[in-house]
Design a protein around this ligand. Structure first.
Ligand SMILES: *Cc1c(COP(=O)(O)O)cnc(C)c1O
Length: 449
Protein backbone atom coordinates (compact mmCIF):
# COMPACT_ATOMS: atom_id res chain seq x y z
CA UNK A 1 0.00 0.00 0.00
CA UNK A 2 1.13 3.49 -0.81
CA UNK A 3 1.59 5.78 2.17
CA UNK A 4 1.89 9.57 2.16
CA UNK A 5 5.14 9.21 4.14
CA UNK A 6 6.86 8.36 0.84
CA UNK A 7 6.54 11.98 -0.31
CA UNK A 8 8.28 14.19 -1.17
CA UNK A 9 10.30 12.09 -3.59
CA UNK A 10 13.97 13.14 -3.90
CA UNK A 11 14.57 14.35 -7.46
CA UNK A 12 17.54 12.04 -7.99
CA UNK A 13 18.09 8.91 -10.07
CA UNK A 14 19.15 6.01 -7.87
CA UNK A 15 19.19 2.26 -8.47
CA UNK A 16 19.22 -0.25 -5.61
CA UNK A 17 18.65 -3.39 -7.75
CA UNK A 18 19.11 -4.42 -11.37
CA UNK A 19 16.25 -3.44 -13.69
CA UNK A 20 13.84 -5.10 -13.24
CA UNK A 21 14.30 -5.83 -9.53
CA UNK A 22 12.90 -8.99 -7.91
CA UNK A 23 9.49 -7.50 -6.98
CA UNK A 24 8.99 -6.09 -10.47
CA UNK A 25 10.08 -9.41 -11.99
CA UNK A 26 7.46 -11.19 -9.90
CA UNK A 27 4.75 -8.75 -10.99
CA UNK A 28 5.81 -9.05 -14.64
CA UNK A 29 5.22 -12.79 -14.33
CA UNK A 30 1.83 -12.25 -12.69
CA UNK A 31 0.86 -9.74 -15.35
CA UNK A 32 1.77 -12.30 -18.01
CA UNK A 33 -0.89 -14.66 -16.62
CA UNK A 34 -3.65 -12.03 -16.46
CA UNK A 35 -3.08 -9.36 -19.09
CA UNK A 36 -3.28 -9.75 -22.84
CA UNK A 37 0.18 -10.42 -24.21
CA UNK A 38 -0.51 -7.80 -26.91
CA UNK A 39 0.18 -4.87 -24.61
CA UNK A 40 3.81 -3.76 -24.77
CA UNK A 41 6.12 -2.44 -22.04
CA UNK A 42 8.57 0.39 -22.67
CA UNK A 43 10.20 0.18 -19.24
CA UNK A 44 10.13 -3.16 -17.39
CA UNK A 45 9.37 -2.16 -13.78
CA UNK A 46 6.18 -1.71 -11.78
CA UNK A 47 5.66 1.73 -10.30
CA UNK A 48 4.99 2.28 -6.62
CA UNK A 49 4.76 6.07 -6.54
CA UNK A 50 6.17 9.11 -8.31
CA UNK A 51 6.70 12.83 -8.11
CA UNK A 52 8.11 15.45 -10.45
CA UNK A 53 10.35 13.59 -12.90
CA UNK A 54 11.11 10.57 -10.70
CA UNK A 55 9.27 7.24 -10.66
CA UNK A 56 9.94 5.02 -7.64
CA UNK A 57 9.40 1.36 -8.47
CA UNK A 58 8.26 -1.46 -6.20
CA UNK A 59 11.91 -2.43 -5.50
CA UNK A 60 12.79 1.11 -4.40
CA UNK A 61 14.63 2.19 -7.56
CA UNK A 62 14.29 5.87 -8.49
CA UNK A 63 13.85 6.05 -12.25
CA UNK A 64 14.35 9.26 -14.20
CA UNK A 65 11.29 9.73 -16.41
CA UNK A 66 12.10 11.47 -19.70
CA UNK A 67 8.82 10.35 -21.30
CA UNK A 68 6.24 11.94 -18.97
CA UNK A 69 3.72 9.19 -19.75
CA UNK A 70 3.99 10.19 -23.45
CA UNK A 71 3.79 13.98 -23.02
CA UNK A 72 0.93 13.70 -20.52
CA UNK A 73 2.63 14.78 -17.29
CA UNK A 74 3.82 18.20 -18.43
CA UNK A 75 3.24 19.40 -14.85
CA UNK A 76 5.16 16.42 -13.44
CA UNK A 77 4.04 13.36 -11.51
CA UNK A 78 1.61 13.91 -8.60
CA UNK A 79 1.44 17.67 -8.79
CA UNK A 80 -0.11 18.88 -5.52
CA UNK A 81 -2.37 21.44 -7.16
CA UNK A 82 -3.81 18.70 -9.37
CA UNK A 83 -4.11 16.13 -6.58
CA UNK A 84 -5.86 18.58 -4.22
CA UNK A 85 -8.52 19.47 -6.78
CA UNK A 86 -9.07 15.81 -7.63
CA UNK A 87 -9.51 14.86 -3.95
CA UNK A 88 -11.97 17.72 -3.38
CA UNK A 89 -13.95 16.80 -6.49
CA UNK A 90 -14.22 13.09 -5.74
CA UNK A 91 -15.67 13.92 -2.32
CA UNK A 92 -18.24 16.29 -3.87
CA UNK A 93 -19.48 14.08 -6.76
CA UNK A 94 -17.80 11.83 -9.31
CA UNK A 95 -20.25 11.59 -12.20
CA UNK A 96 -23.54 12.77 -13.59
CA UNK A 97 -22.92 12.69 -17.35
CA UNK A 98 -22.66 16.31 -18.45
CA UNK A 99 -25.68 15.91 -20.74
CA UNK A 100 -27.81 14.67 -17.83
CA UNK A 101 -26.88 17.16 -15.10
CA UNK A 102 -24.22 19.76 -15.94
CA UNK A 103 -21.44 20.99 -13.64
CA UNK A 104 -19.15 24.00 -13.52
CA UNK A 105 -15.82 22.21 -14.04
CA UNK A 106 -16.75 21.20 -17.59
CA UNK A 107 -17.66 24.79 -18.47
CA UNK A 108 -14.45 26.09 -16.88
CA UNK A 109 -12.28 23.69 -18.89
CA UNK A 110 -14.06 24.78 -22.10
CA UNK A 111 -13.52 28.44 -21.15
CA UNK A 112 -9.82 27.74 -20.57
CA UNK A 113 -9.47 25.91 -23.90
CA UNK A 114 -11.27 28.72 -25.75
CA UNK A 115 -8.99 31.27 -24.13
CA UNK A 116 -5.67 29.41 -24.52
CA UNK A 117 -5.94 27.98 -28.05
CA UNK A 118 -4.79 30.11 -31.00
CA UNK A 119 -7.37 31.94 -33.13
CA UNK A 120 -8.67 35.48 -32.72
CA UNK A 121 -12.32 34.54 -33.13
CA UNK A 122 -15.16 33.32 -30.93
CA UNK A 123 -14.50 29.71 -29.95
CA UNK A 124 -16.42 26.90 -28.28
CA UNK A 125 -15.36 23.45 -27.05
CA UNK A 126 -16.65 19.97 -26.33
CA UNK A 127 -14.94 17.40 -24.08
CA UNK A 128 -14.28 13.70 -24.55
CA UNK A 129 -12.14 10.94 -23.01
CA UNK A 130 -9.16 10.25 -25.25
CA UNK A 131 -7.16 11.75 -28.05
CA UNK A 132 -8.66 9.33 -30.56
CA UNK A 133 -12.17 10.26 -29.43
CA UNK A 134 -11.38 13.96 -29.92
CA UNK A 135 -10.17 13.21 -33.46
CA UNK A 136 -13.30 11.15 -34.18
CA UNK A 137 -15.45 14.06 -33.08
CA UNK A 138 -13.45 16.69 -34.93
CA UNK A 139 -13.98 14.71 -38.14
CA UNK A 140 -17.69 14.27 -37.38
CA UNK A 141 -18.01 18.02 -36.85
CA UNK A 142 -16.09 18.91 -40.03
CA UNK A 143 -18.11 16.48 -42.16
CA UNK A 144 -21.44 17.65 -40.78
CA UNK A 145 -20.53 21.35 -41.17
CA UNK A 146 -19.18 21.06 -44.72
CA UNK A 147 -21.54 18.31 -45.92
CA UNK A 148 -18.45 16.71 -47.47
CA UNK A 149 -16.75 13.40 -46.69
CA UNK A 150 -13.08 13.32 -47.71
CA UNK A 151 -10.45 13.71 -44.98
CA UNK A 152 -6.82 14.55 -45.76
CA UNK A 153 -4.09 13.14 -43.50
CA UNK A 154 -0.32 12.83 -43.87
CA UNK A 155 2.45 10.26 -44.11
CA UNK A 156 3.98 9.54 -40.67
CA UNK A 157 0.84 10.94 -38.98
CA UNK A 158 -0.60 9.40 -35.82
CA UNK A 159 -4.15 10.05 -34.68
CA UNK A 160 -5.17 7.04 -32.58
CA UNK A 161 -6.28 3.42 -32.55
CA UNK A 162 -10.08 3.44 -33.04
CA UNK A 163 -11.36 2.37 -36.44
CA UNK A 164 -11.53 5.86 -37.94
CA UNK A 165 -8.30 7.04 -36.34
CA UNK A 166 -6.47 3.84 -37.37
CA UNK A 167 -7.42 4.74 -40.92
CA UNK A 168 -6.00 8.22 -40.30
CA UNK A 169 -2.78 6.87 -38.72
CA UNK A 170 -0.01 6.16 -41.22
CA UNK A 171 2.06 3.36 -39.71
CA UNK A 172 0.93 -0.22 -40.30
CA UNK A 173 2.93 -2.08 -37.64
CA UNK A 174 1.90 -2.19 -34.84
CA UNK A 175 -1.15 0.09 -35.11
CA UNK A 176 -3.10 -1.28 -38.08
CA UNK A 177 -1.78 -4.66 -39.18
CA UNK A 178 -4.61 -7.26 -39.45
CA UNK A 179 -7.19 -4.81 -37.98
CA UNK A 180 -8.87 -3.73 -41.22
CA UNK A 181 -11.08 -3.01 -43.03
CA UNK A 182 -10.61 0.66 -42.26
CA UNK A 183 -12.97 3.62 -42.52
CA UNK A 184 -13.24 4.98 -46.07
CA UNK A 185 -12.65 8.48 -47.48
CA UNK A 186 -9.30 8.98 -45.75
CA UNK A 187 -6.56 10.21 -48.14
CA UNK A 188 -2.90 10.22 -47.12
CA UNK A 189 -0.62 12.91 -48.53
CA UNK A 190 3.17 13.26 -48.66
CA UNK A 191 4.62 14.95 -45.58
CA UNK A 192 7.16 17.76 -45.62
CA UNK A 193 9.92 15.77 -43.87
CA UNK A 194 13.13 17.69 -44.60
CA UNK A 195 15.60 15.02 -43.43
CA UNK A 196 14.15 12.49 -45.87
CA UNK A 197 13.18 14.89 -48.66
CA UNK A 198 14.25 13.72 -52.07
CA UNK A 199 16.39 16.57 -53.34
CA UNK A 200 17.09 20.01 -51.93
CA UNK A 201 15.94 20.23 -48.29
CA UNK A 202 15.47 24.00 -48.58
CA UNK A 203 12.78 23.41 -51.22
CA UNK A 204 10.95 20.82 -49.09
CA UNK A 205 8.17 23.13 -47.82
CA UNK A 206 7.19 24.48 -51.25
CA UNK A 207 7.61 21.20 -53.13
CA UNK A 208 5.60 19.25 -50.55
CA UNK A 209 2.88 21.91 -50.58
CA UNK A 210 2.66 21.85 -54.39
CA UNK A 211 2.53 18.07 -54.39
CA UNK A 212 -0.24 17.88 -51.77
CA UNK A 213 -2.36 20.53 -53.46
CA UNK A 214 -1.89 18.87 -56.86
CA UNK A 215 -2.94 15.50 -55.46
CA UNK A 216 -5.98 16.92 -53.67
CA UNK A 217 -7.13 18.77 -56.78
CA UNK A 218 -6.50 15.98 -59.28
CA UNK A 219 -7.26 12.86 -57.24
CA UNK A 220 -10.02 13.94 -54.84
CA UNK A 221 -11.36 17.37 -55.79
CA UNK A 222 -10.99 20.17 -53.24
CA UNK A 223 -14.76 20.65 -53.07
CA UNK A 224 -15.12 17.08 -51.76
CA UNK A 225 -12.74 17.62 -48.86
CA UNK A 226 -14.25 18.13 -45.40
CA UNK A 227 -11.04 18.45 -43.43
CA UNK A 228 -7.26 18.55 -43.51
CA UNK A 229 -5.94 16.97 -40.30
CA UNK A 230 -2.30 17.40 -39.30
CA UNK A 231 -0.08 17.40 -36.23
CA UNK A 232 1.88 20.70 -36.20
CA UNK A 233 4.86 18.57 -35.16
CA UNK A 234 4.35 14.86 -35.79
CA UNK A 235 4.72 12.90 -32.56
CA UNK A 236 4.70 9.12 -32.98
CA UNK A 237 5.97 9.58 -36.54
CA UNK A 238 9.31 10.78 -35.14
CA UNK A 239 9.04 14.44 -34.11
CA UNK A 240 8.95 15.57 -37.71
CA UNK A 241 8.88 19.37 -37.81
CA UNK A 242 7.40 20.66 -41.07
CA UNK A 243 9.63 23.38 -42.55
CA UNK A 244 8.45 27.00 -42.33
CA UNK A 245 5.70 27.77 -44.81
CA UNK A 246 4.21 24.31 -45.14
CA UNK A 247 1.54 24.65 -42.46
CA UNK A 248 0.52 28.23 -43.38
CA UNK A 249 0.32 27.09 -47.02
CA UNK A 250 -2.01 24.24 -46.04
CA UNK A 251 -4.13 26.61 -43.94
CA UNK A 252 -4.49 29.02 -46.87
CA UNK A 253 -5.43 26.24 -49.26
CA UNK A 254 -8.05 25.02 -46.77
CA UNK A 255 -9.48 28.51 -46.36
CA UNK A 256 -9.69 29.14 -50.12
CA UNK A 257 -11.56 25.87 -50.61
CA UNK A 258 -13.98 25.83 -47.68
CA UNK A 259 -12.04 22.98 -46.01
CA UNK A 260 -11.86 22.73 -42.20
CA UNK A 261 -8.23 22.83 -41.02
CA UNK A 262 -7.81 20.64 -37.94
CA UNK A 263 -4.59 20.85 -35.91
CA UNK A 264 -4.08 17.67 -33.90
CA UNK A 265 -2.30 19.10 -30.86
CA UNK A 266 -2.84 16.03 -28.69
CA UNK A 267 0.94 15.59 -28.21
CA UNK A 268 2.19 19.13 -28.93
CA UNK A 269 -0.28 21.02 -26.72
CA UNK A 270 -0.08 22.59 -23.26
CA UNK A 271 3.34 24.25 -23.31
CA UNK A 272 5.23 21.21 -24.62
CA UNK A 273 6.82 22.92 -27.64
CA UNK A 274 7.65 26.20 -25.90
CA UNK A 275 4.33 27.78 -26.87
CA UNK A 276 1.00 26.97 -25.27
CA UNK A 277 0.13 25.31 -28.61
CA UNK A 278 2.52 24.46 -31.45
CA UNK A 279 0.26 26.15 -34.03
CA UNK A 280 1.34 29.49 -32.55
CA UNK A 281 4.87 29.06 -33.92
CA UNK A 282 3.85 30.19 -37.41
CA UNK A 283 0.76 32.07 -36.21
CA UNK A 284 -1.65 29.68 -37.85
CA UNK A 285 -5.27 29.75 -36.71
CA UNK A 286 -6.75 26.25 -37.08
CA UNK A 287 -10.53 26.05 -37.48
CA UNK A 288 -10.54 23.18 -34.97
CA UNK A 289 -7.90 21.97 -32.49
CA UNK A 290 -7.86 18.58 -30.80
CA UNK A 291 -6.24 18.31 -27.37
CA UNK A 292 -5.69 15.49 -24.87
CA UNK A 293 -2.40 14.17 -23.40
CA UNK A 294 -1.07 17.20 -21.51
CA UNK A 295 -4.52 18.51 -20.59
CA UNK A 296 -5.25 16.80 -17.27
CA UNK A 297 -2.02 15.38 -15.78
CA UNK A 298 -3.00 11.80 -16.56
CA UNK A 299 -6.74 11.74 -16.02
CA UNK A 300 -8.58 10.74 -19.19
CA UNK A 301 -9.79 13.91 -20.88
CA UNK A 302 -9.72 15.38 -24.37
CA UNK A 303 -11.23 18.30 -26.19
CA UNK A 304 -12.25 19.71 -29.53
CA UNK A 305 -12.03 23.50 -29.64
CA UNK A 306 -12.76 25.74 -32.59
CA UNK A 307 -14.74 28.39 -34.38
CA UNK A 308 -18.05 28.86 -32.57
CA UNK A 309 -20.10 28.74 -35.80
CA UNK A 310 -18.62 25.33 -36.63
CA UNK A 311 -18.90 23.93 -33.09
CA UNK A 312 -22.52 25.17 -32.83
CA UNK A 313 -23.58 23.82 -36.25
CA UNK A 314 -24.16 20.26 -35.05
CA UNK A 315 -27.74 19.18 -34.28
CA UNK A 316 -28.82 18.93 -30.63
CA UNK A 317 -27.36 15.82 -28.92
CA UNK A 318 -25.23 15.03 -31.97
CA UNK A 319 -22.12 15.19 -29.79
CA UNK A 320 -21.59 13.62 -26.39
CA UNK A 321 -20.85 10.41 -24.51
CA UNK A 322 -21.31 8.94 -21.05
CA UNK A 323 -17.98 9.96 -19.54
CA UNK A 324 -16.69 12.75 -21.76
CA UNK A 325 -15.58 15.69 -19.60
CA UNK A 326 -15.86 13.65 -16.40
CA UNK A 327 -15.88 15.99 -13.35
CA UNK A 328 -12.75 14.48 -11.78
CA UNK A 329 -10.84 14.74 -15.06
CA UNK A 330 -12.04 18.35 -15.40
CA UNK A 331 -10.83 19.12 -11.87
CA UNK A 332 -7.43 17.67 -12.78
CA UNK A 333 -7.36 19.73 -15.99
CA UNK A 334 -8.10 22.94 -14.10
CA UNK A 335 -5.25 22.13 -11.71
CA UNK A 336 -2.86 21.30 -14.56
CA UNK A 337 -3.76 24.45 -16.50
CA UNK A 338 -3.29 26.54 -13.35
CA UNK A 339 0.20 25.09 -12.88
CA UNK A 340 1.11 25.57 -16.56
CA UNK A 341 0.08 29.23 -16.43
CA UNK A 342 1.20 30.19 -12.89
CA UNK A 343 4.57 28.43 -13.08
CA UNK A 344 5.12 29.63 -16.65
CA UNK A 345 5.80 26.18 -18.06
CA UNK A 346 5.91 27.67 -21.56
CA UNK A 347 9.13 29.40 -20.58
CA UNK A 348 10.37 26.24 -18.79
CA UNK A 349 9.76 24.24 -21.98
CA UNK A 350 11.96 26.66 -23.91
CA UNK A 351 14.65 26.54 -21.25
CA UNK A 352 14.88 22.75 -20.98
CA UNK A 353 14.36 22.48 -24.75
CA UNK A 354 17.44 24.63 -25.29
CA UNK A 355 19.50 22.45 -22.93
CA UNK A 356 18.37 19.28 -24.72
CA UNK A 357 18.95 20.77 -28.15
CA UNK A 358 22.46 21.99 -27.26
CA UNK A 359 23.48 18.70 -25.66
CA UNK A 360 22.05 16.59 -28.49
CA UNK A 361 23.72 18.79 -31.11
CA UNK A 362 27.05 18.32 -29.30
CA UNK A 363 26.46 14.55 -29.28
CA UNK A 364 25.73 14.64 -33.01
CA UNK A 365 29.24 16.00 -33.59
CA UNK A 366 30.67 13.02 -31.68
CA UNK A 367 28.46 10.18 -32.88
CA UNK A 368 28.00 9.55 -36.58
CA UNK A 369 24.87 7.48 -35.96
CA UNK A 370 22.93 10.66 -35.18
CA UNK A 371 21.53 11.77 -38.52
CA UNK A 372 19.54 14.72 -37.26
CA UNK A 373 18.60 16.58 -34.06
CA UNK A 374 15.15 18.13 -34.31
CA UNK A 375 12.13 19.32 -32.40
CA UNK A 376 10.88 22.44 -30.69
CA UNK A 377 10.84 23.35 -27.02
CA UNK A 378 10.72 20.34 -24.73
CA UNK A 379 9.91 18.00 -27.63
CA UNK A 380 13.37 17.04 -28.92
CA UNK A 381 14.53 13.98 -30.83
CA UNK A 382 17.48 12.40 -32.57
CA UNK A 383 17.10 10.23 -35.66
CA UNK A 384 19.58 7.34 -35.71
CA UNK A 385 21.12 6.25 -39.02
CA UNK A 386 23.85 4.02 -40.38
CA UNK A 387 26.96 6.25 -40.26
CA UNK A 388 27.38 8.46 -43.29
CA UNK A 389 23.95 7.60 -44.74
CA UNK A 390 20.29 8.35 -44.07
CA UNK A 391 19.54 4.65 -43.76
CA UNK A 392 17.52 4.04 -40.56
CA UNK A 393 19.38 2.35 -37.70
CA UNK A 394 16.74 0.67 -35.49
CA UNK A 395 19.39 -1.69 -34.03
CA UNK A 396 21.24 1.27 -32.55
CA UNK A 397 17.99 2.57 -31.12
CA UNK A 398 17.30 -0.74 -29.38
CA UNK A 399 20.82 -0.74 -27.91
CA UNK A 400 20.56 2.87 -26.69
CA UNK A 401 17.19 2.30 -25.02
CA UNK A 402 18.48 -0.87 -23.37
CA UNK A 403 21.53 0.93 -22.00
CA UNK A 404 19.40 3.77 -20.62
CA UNK A 405 16.91 1.33 -19.10
CA UNK A 406 19.68 -0.51 -17.25
CA UNK A 407 20.85 2.85 -15.84
CA UNK A 408 17.36 3.84 -14.69
CA UNK A 409 16.57 6.40 -17.39
CA UNK A 410 13.22 6.06 -19.15
CA UNK A 411 13.52 7.21 -22.77
CA UNK A 412 10.87 6.64 -25.44
CA UNK A 413 11.31 5.74 -29.08
CA UNK A 414 9.26 6.83 -32.09
CA UNK A 415 9.37 7.00 -35.85
CA UNK A 416 8.07 5.26 -38.92
CA UNK A 417 11.45 3.47 -39.15
CA UNK A 418 11.69 2.80 -35.38
CA UNK A 419 14.93 4.79 -35.26
CA UNK A 420 14.01 7.99 -33.39
CA UNK A 421 14.79 8.69 -29.74
CA UNK A 422 12.37 11.25 -28.39
CA UNK A 423 12.73 13.25 -25.22
CA UNK A 424 9.55 14.43 -23.50
CA UNK A 425 10.55 15.25 -19.92
CA UNK A 426 8.05 16.66 -17.45
CA UNK A 427 8.37 20.45 -17.87
CA UNK A 428 9.03 20.82 -14.14
CA UNK A 429 12.22 18.74 -14.32
CA UNK A 430 15.20 20.23 -12.48
CA UNK A 431 18.12 21.19 -14.70
CA UNK A 432 20.65 18.90 -12.93
CA UNK A 433 18.37 15.92 -13.29
CA UNK A 434 17.83 16.60 -16.99
CA UNK A 435 21.60 16.89 -17.51
CA UNK A 436 22.07 13.62 -15.62
CA UNK A 437 19.65 11.91 -18.03
CA UNK A 438 21.37 13.41 -21.06
CA UNK A 439 24.76 12.22 -19.80
CA UNK A 440 23.40 8.67 -19.61
CA UNK A 441 22.11 9.02 -23.17
CA UNK A 442 25.58 10.24 -24.15
CA UNK A 443 27.19 7.16 -22.54
CA UNK A 444 24.65 4.93 -24.31
CA UNK A 445 25.56 6.40 -27.70
CA UNK A 446 29.27 6.10 -26.91
CA UNK A 447 28.81 2.44 -26.00
CA UNK A 448 27.66 1.54 -29.52
CA UNK A 449 29.87 3.87 -31.52
C1 LIG B 1 -1.57 10.04 -28.60
C2 LIG B 1 -2.12 10.75 -29.78
C3 LIG B 1 -3.44 10.54 -30.23
C4 LIG B 1 -4.34 9.51 -29.59
O1 LIG B 1 -4.62 9.80 -28.26
P1 LIG B 1 -5.22 8.66 -27.30
O2 LIG B 1 -5.56 9.38 -26.04
O3 LIG B 1 -4.14 7.63 -27.13
O4 LIG B 1 -6.41 8.10 -27.99
C5 LIG B 1 -3.90 11.31 -31.27
N1 LIG B 1 -3.12 12.22 -31.87
C6 LIG B 1 -1.85 12.45 -31.48
C7 LIG B 1 -1.05 13.49 -32.17
C8 LIG B 1 -1.30 11.72 -30.43
O5 LIG B 1 -0.04 11.91 -30.06
Amino acid sequence: MYSEAKKPVAQKRKLVTAIPGPKSAELIKRRGEAVSASLGTAFPVFIDHAQGAIIVDVDGNSILDLGAGIAVLNVGHTQNRVADRVKTQIDAFSHTCFMVVPYTGYVEVCEALNRLTPGKFKKKSALFNSGAEALENAVKIARSYTKRSAVIVFEHGYHGRTNLTMAMTAKNMPYKDSFGPFAPEIYRMPMAYPFRWNGDQSKCAQEALDMVIHKIEKEIGAKNVAAIVIEPIQGEGGFIVPPKGFLPGMVNFAKENGIIFIADEVQTGFARTGKMFASEDENIEPDLITTAKGIAAGLPLSGVTGRAEIMDSIHLSGLGGTYGGNPIACAAALGAIEVIEQDNLVERANKIGQIMHDELTAMMKRYSIIGEVRGRGAMQAIELVKPGTTEPNPEALTAVIKYCTNKGVLILSAGTYANVIRLLPPLVIEEDLLRDGLSVLDEALASIK
